[in-house]
Structure formats: structure tokens, C-alpha cells
Design a protein around this ligand. Sequence first.
Ligand SMILES: [Zn+2]
Length: 121
Amino acid sequence: MRRVSHHHDLTVLGLQKSILEGAGISAFILNNHSWWMGNGAVSLLCLCLGERELTNNPLFAPVLCIVEDAYFEEALEILVAHHAALPQGTDWTCHACAAEVPGTLDACWQCRAEQPTEHRQ
Ligand SMILES: [Zn+2]
């Protein structure tokens, strides 16, 4: 088992998982309440943070893992190629909640506010 990707949006990981499985690489998603549970220090840190900080912190984001470590390099290549094929917008700041939103999204991942039209491509 090896982590290949993490993202705050489970639907993104679900897409990446299906891409890997389409290439014959077994993958699964661990959510932010399972994979780090064995680590007391991280759990303690978690208690000190609010839910919003948790979801903004990549350390606590859901992670995509592959079952066979041997496929790690291949899996990364596939995901990088997939990412490069996506339209790349400019990252923007949500006007409603001030979250940093990747340019590939046209609505805020945190509060679902629409991206202001002047930033769209
Ligand atoms: Zn927002």
C-alpha cells in the first residue's frame, strides 16, 4: 500500500481512483478519519484544530492509495498525465469564505460559492 495522491474533495480522488483502475492498478481511498488514527501525536494535533483547518490541511485530506507498491511510478505518471490534460485556470480566492480554490474548480470547494465570472477563462 502506498499513497499516491491526496485531495480535499473526495470526488476528485474517486475520479483518480477510476483512472488508475482503468489502467489495471488497484487503488482505494482512505478518508481523513481513518489513516492517521494510529498516530497519537497527529490525533492530538487534530483535537487542537477546527474542522475547517482540518479540511484545509493536506495532512488530513482524504488520500488515494494503491495496493501494490510496484505500480507507484506508473500510477504517478498516469495521474500527472491526467492532471496535465485538464484545463488549467488560475487559482482564486473565494469571495464568500476566503478559501484558496484551485483554478480547475469553478465553485468553491468549501462553501460552494460560484467563482466570479471575471476570473473564468
Ligand atoms: Zn467559499
